[in-house]
Design a protein around this ligand. Structure first.
Ligand code: HEM
Ligand SMILES: [Ca+2]
Length: 576
């Protein structure tokens, strides 16, 4: 079928590109920066260049990476949490959130990878007898499906189940059908349930199996992305954007009483996505990539004002890079804070919770003032420095209530890079214009002697070092950037394409889809702080930049002082 231009985005992302209808759509292959590195050329995980097996991912994790608590004094947990939100908008390889443990603990075939995991000696909750078996389920590839039908020599490519665009697919779902189950079909709103005078996402129909419930029927939310219950702070961001949609729908309905439910819904969705894209690019990403770097690379243009930017490039395939989402972007698992502070309006800590105690337990948000208290805490407390240390709460205790011990996010990420055949660290150095190493010592330009020693102790050859490992160990040459040069290069390529390959990008002047210039100028007033003010229960004060910790230029002020969008510009001129 040919694509027909439409004023609003499709739900599954199809026909964003009018010639290649599937580009960026849900259910399509990831893109790749470098060809896959499978040991059989088709879909088996890589081996050492010496022919040996690579060391177990868990051994890499325990040998090369640490668990030290190193807060980053400049950035809040919102900076990390919004990152996960953006990651979930761009990528989901499907599969299970909590892979079951293997029966025998033996390392097995390509189909799964099981490891005996030594439990750390300083483990505060388990006795020393612990060796746990951890199973990594391979994510289903194109090749797996194909192999059942015929023999082919094409290397495997993984499929993403979400749209690659920054289109809040995690709020609205990735198909008309998914949206249908969460739309109220009244006043343009998304379904919410009212409890204690507040609106909460609807109950998950299969909540007792999806969430970690203590009593059957306990609150477990249903939304546009199944990962929304994972941790309280992630759930809060989901609720912010659902409430924002309904807030916008109510405002638009009041301004335009003649609009149909459909019209209100689509316009609210369009504004919500525009505000979100603005926050992602102008407020959040610059803190990772460096604002100047982004302006130079033509990823940013106007922080305010009504100027359009017409940089849509129909020749760019928006498919999210596998190299980015399966490996490079997961670096920020290192910035996860394992102990979440709950805070009062005066930003005093009222309680501190271990994140491993609240995974998949969203009901905690509806208790007392928790929804606001978690929110204020997330906007005040520092995140962990992005470095080689991963918080013990996710490096040893991830989803621990579902199994005997817990998972190690670092080991999972290393393993996932292998399953997806991501090219090696050295190959990415070359792609990114860094000198390609011809011996171990060549890595010393960016990696410390100590870290190099650890790498040597696990990998048979310097050529075996994985992107998921080497990239994290690089020192930051550019102090405005929160990563070393190789990951930075991958992020820049990814986020450049994420904007120019989106025909519906909020700054476009394209007649068919553009906001009016004065509306665009209003969108450019929004901030993450405003989202807290408008969508908390009773959050009445915020610092202007929610991603940055409190300081003299970023003090907590009453919400009335945080700039807000004037939506009266969406009132249709009265015809007659
Ligand atoms: C509380 C915080 C977080 C937790 C508990 C968490 C946990 C997880 C888990 C369990 C997976 C699936 C791993 C697998 O089986 O392959 C995953 C995937 C991923 N995470 Fe996180 N994560 C968090 C925050 C973040 C942040 C801050 C980022 C980036 C800024 C991020 C980026 C990603 C990406 C890109 C994926 C791959 C998605 C896919 O392709 O399916 N995560 N995370
Ligand atoms: Ca998306």
């Amino acid at each position: 079928d040919n694509c027909v231009t439409h004023h609003y985005r499709t739900l599954d992302g199809s026909c964003n590109n009018l010639v290649n209808r599937d580009w960026g759509a849900a259910g399509t292959k990831y893109g790749r920066l470098l060809p896959p590195n499978y040991s059989d050329g088709i879909h088996a995980p890589p081996k050492s260049v010496t022919g040996q097996e690579l060391p177990s991912a868990r051994v890499v994790s325990t040998t090369v990476f640490g668990r030290k608590d190193v807060p980053d004094p400049n950035h809040t947990i919102v900076m990390m949490q919004f990152g996960q939100f953006v990651a979930h908008d761009m990528a989901f390889t499907g599969g299970s959130l909590n892979p079951p443990c293997c029966d025998d603990g033996k390392v097995s075939s390509h189909e799964s990878h099981c490891f005996n995991i030594p439990i750390p000696v300083d483990d505060p909750i388990h006795s020393s007898d612990g060796v746990e078996c951890m199973k990594f389920q391979r994510t289903l590839t194109d090749k797996d499906n194909e192999l059942n039908e015929n023999e082919s020599n094409q290397p495997a490519e993984q499929i993403t189940v979400v749209t690659g665009f920054l289109d809040l697919s995690l709020i609205y779902g990735n198909s008309e059908k998914e949206l249908d189950s969460i739309r109220e079909y009244n006043g343009g709103r998304l379904i919410m349930e009212k409890r204690n005078g507040k609106e909460w996402p609807p109950h998950h129909p299969n909540g007792d199996n999806v969430c970690y419930v203590e009593t059957p029927g306990e609150t477990c939310y249903f939304g546009g992305d199944p990962r929304l219950n994972q941790s309280p702070d992630l759930t809060i961001l989901h609720i912010f954007y659902i409430r924002e949609h309904n807030r916008l729908a109510d405002i638009l309905s009041q301004l335009n009483p003649n609009w149909t439910d459909e019209k209100v819904f689509q316009e609210a969705r369009r504004i919500n996505i525009a505000q979100y894209q603005y926050v992602v690019y102008y407020e959040w990403l610059p803190l990772f990539l460096g604002e100047e770097n982004m302006y130079k690379a033509k990823m940013l243009y106007y922080k305010d004002g009504s100027e359009y930017v017409n940089d849509y490039d129909a020749s760019v395939d928006p498919a999210v890079y596998n190299d980015h989402s399966s490996t490079a972007f997961r670096y920020y698992h290192s910035s996860i804070e394992g102990h979440l502070k709950l805070m009062s309006e005066s930003r005093e800590t009222t309680e501190t919770l271990r994140i491993s105690n609240v995974f998949l337990r969203p009901r905690i948000l509806e208790k007392d003032d928790n929804y606001d208290s978690f929110g204020r805490g997330m906007a005040t407390q520092s995140f962990q420095k992005a470095d080689k240390n991963f918080d013990i709460e996710v490096k040893e205790f991830l989803l621990r209530h579902l199994k005997k011990y817990g998972d190690d996010i670092r080991a999972i990420d290393v393993q996932r890079g292998r399953d997806h055949g991501i090219a090696t660290y050295n190959e990415f150095r070359e792609l990114c214009g860094l000198p390609k190493a011809t011996k171990w010592e060549d890595y010393l330009d960016l990696i410390s002697e100590e870290d190099l020693g650890n790498l040597k102790s696990v990998y048979p050859s310097y050529e075996d070092v994985e992107l998921s490992v080497g990239g994290i160990l690089e020192s930051r040459l550019d102090k405005t950037v929160l990563a070393g040069p190789t990951y930075q290069c991958i992020y820049m390529k990814q986020f450049y394409k994420t904007r120019v390959a989106d025909r519906y990008w909020f700054e476009t002047g394209d007649e068919e889809v553009a906001l009016k210039p004065d509306q665009l100028a209003e969108i450019r007033k929004l901030s993450m702080a405003r989202m807290f003010c408008d969508n908390g229960n009773n959050i009445s004060s915020m610092q202007p930049n929610a991603f940055i910790t409190l300081n003299d230029e970023n003090k907590v002020v009453p919400c009335s002082e945080i700039p807000a969008v004037d939506y009266t510009l969406w009132q249709e001129e009265k015809v007659k």
